[in-house]
Design a protein around this ligand. Structure first.
Ligand code: HEC
Ligand code: HEC
Length: 270
C-alpha cells in the first residue's frame, strides 16, 4: 500500500509541475516574439532593435518591473508619436499572447547589447519643408519597397491595417505628386511616419516614387469580404490557455483519485 501511495504522490507532483510549466510558457516566448517582431516592428526599430524610424530597443528599460513597462508601451503606444497601440483591446492587430512574446524578445535584445547608446528618442518633429521634385516611379520596384516598409500598417495589398486603406481612387490635380509628398513627409499628428531621407526617414526619393507608383496600381476593394481574411493575423500564441486548463483538469481528477484511495485505505485499516 505504501508503495502505491508513493506512486500516486509522484504522479501528483508530476502533474503539478506540468501545470507550473504551462503558466511559465504563458509569460511569453522570445523565439515566437522574434517572428511577430520582424513582421510588425522591425520596419521602425530595425531588425535587431538598433533603431531606424523608431527608438532603439536594444537597451535596459528604466523600471523595476521592466516587463510591465515594455508591455504597457507596446499595448498602448506612445501618444504624440508614430508608435501606435498594438493590443487588440486598443484597436491594434496583436493578441495578448503575441505581446507577451514580444516583451520576451525585446528583453532578450537588451541583454545582447547592454552598451548600446540610448540617446534621445525620436521626437515628433514638425513637417519638413515641401519635398523637391521626385523622379518618375517604377511600380515593380515599388512592390518591394512597399512590402518592406508599408505593408505592416497598410496591409499586404493596401487593404488597411493600422494605417489607412490605400486601395482607392487618387483624385486631385496631381495624385502622383500628392502621394510622393505624403509618403516623404508623413501625416502630422498621425502614425504615418515621414519616409524621406531629407525628413529623417530611411527612403531615397527614388524609393518613394516607386512605392507611390505601386500604390497607384492598387484597385479599390470590391467587397468588404475580401478585406476581412487578409487582415487576420495568425495568433499562434494561445497554447498556454488550453494547456493550463487541461492541467488543472488533470489535477482535479488526480485529487479525486487520491481522496478515493485515502478513503479506501482508511476503510481497509478498520
Ligand atoms: C511606425 C514606426 C513604429 C513601429 C511600426 C513600431 N514602433 Fe515602437 N516606437 C516608435 C517610435 C517613434 C518610438 C519612440 C516614441 C517616443 O518616445 O517618442 C517607439 C517606442 C517604442 C518603445 C519604447 C522605447 C523607449 O525607449 O521607451 C517600445 C518598447 C516599442 N516602441 C516597441 C515596439 C514594438 C514591440 C513594435 C511592434 C509591435 C513597435 N514598437 C512598432 C515607432 C514604431
Ligand atoms: C506605422 C504605420 C504606418 C506605416 C509603416 C506607413 N503608414 Fe502610411 N499611413 C498610416 C496612417 C495611420 C495613415 C493615415 C493618416 C491620417 O490621415 O490620419 C497613413 C496614410 C498614408 C497615405 C495617405 C492616405 C490618404 O488617404 O490620404 C499614404 C499615401 C501612405 N500612408 C503611404 C504609405 C507608404 C508608401 C508607406 C511605406 C513607405 C507607409 N504609408 C507606411 C500609417 C502608416
Amino acid at each position: 500500500m505504501k508503495l502505491f501511495q508513493a506512486l500516486v504522490f509522484a504522479l501528483m507532483l508530476m502533474l503539478m509541475t506540468t501545470g507550473i510549466f504551462a503558466t511559465v510558457s504563458a509569460q511569453g516566448d522570445a523565439a515566437r516574439g522574434k517572428d511577430v517582431y520582424l513582421k510588425n516592428c522591425a520596419v521602425c526599430h530595425g531588425d535587431r532593435g538598433q533603431g531606424r524610424i523608431g527608438a532603439t530597443l536594444a537597451k535596459e528599460f528604466p523600471s523595476i518591473r521592466q516587463n510591465a513597462l515594455v508591455k504597457e508601451i507596446i499595448s498602448n503606444g506612445v501618444a504624440g508619436s508614430v508608435m501606435s497601440a498594438w493590443a487588440k483591446g486598443k484597436g491594434g492587430p496583436l493578441s495578448d499572447a503575441e505581446i507577451d512574446d514580444l516583451v520576451a524578445f525585446v528583453n532578450s535584445l537588451g541583454r545582447q547589447a547592454p552598451t548600446a547608446p540610448t540617446g534621445p528618442t525620436a521626437t515628433p518633429a514638425p513637417l519638413p519643408p515641401p519635398p523637391p521634385s521626385f523622379p518618375p516611379g517604377d511600380a515593380t520596384r515599388g512592390t518591394k519597397v512597399y512590402a518592406e516598409n508599408c505593408a505592416v500598417c497598410h496591409g499586404e495589398r493596401g487593404e488597411g491595417r493600422v494605417g489607412a486603406t490605400l486601395q482607392k481612387e487618387w483624385s486631385g490635380i496631381d495624385p502622383e505628386k500628392f502621394l510622393d509628398a505624403t509618403i516623404a513627409r508623413g501625416v502630422a499628428g498621425s502614425r504615418m511616419p515621414a519616409w524621406a531621407k531629407f525628413a529623417g526617414g530611411p527612403l531615397s526619393e527614388q524609393e518613394i516614387a516607386d512605392s507611390a507608383a505601386y500604390i497607384r496600381t492598387l484597385k479599390p476593394a470590391r467587397t468588404v469580404a475580401t478585406v476581412a481574411p487578409s487582415t487576420q493575423i495568425p495568433t499562434g500564441g494561445d497554447i498556454g490557455g488550453p494547456l493550463a486548463l487541461a492541467c488543472t483538469g488533470l489535477l482535479v481528477v488526480a485529487g479525486v483519485i487520491v481522496l478515493g484511495l485515502g478513503l479506501a485505505g482508511s476503510r481497509n485499516k478498520k
